[in-house]
Ligand binder design. Structure first.
Ligand code: FES
Length: 76
């Protein structure tokens, strides 16, 4: 689904950008040029970015907990 019609950027591309190192709205604007014309997509871009970053943090936390549990259990 297109989120930014002015630059033809989809929600998939926004999530992929986060997965490839974009961690702020400003970085997203630089990378994909979203929200640089009319600005109508700004809220949706920020929501997708925030959700993806939260998912990334919880995944890393989960992985980190597994590493700690494996290390303390002697399985690592
Ligand atoms: S819809 Fe994104 S800048 Fe216009």
């Amino acid at each position: 689904m297109f989120v930014c019609l002015c630059k033809s950027v989809s929600d998939h591309e926004i999530r992929a950008a986060v997965d490839n190192g974009v961690h702020s709205f400003e970085e997203m604007q630089e990378r994909l040029e979203v929200s640089t014309v009319c600005g109508a997509c700004t809220c949706e871009v920020k929501q997708i970015l925030k959700k993806r970053l939260n998912k990334e943090v919880s995944t890393k936390t989960f992985s980190s907990n597994i590493d700690v549990n494996l290390a303390t259990s002697g399985l690592a």
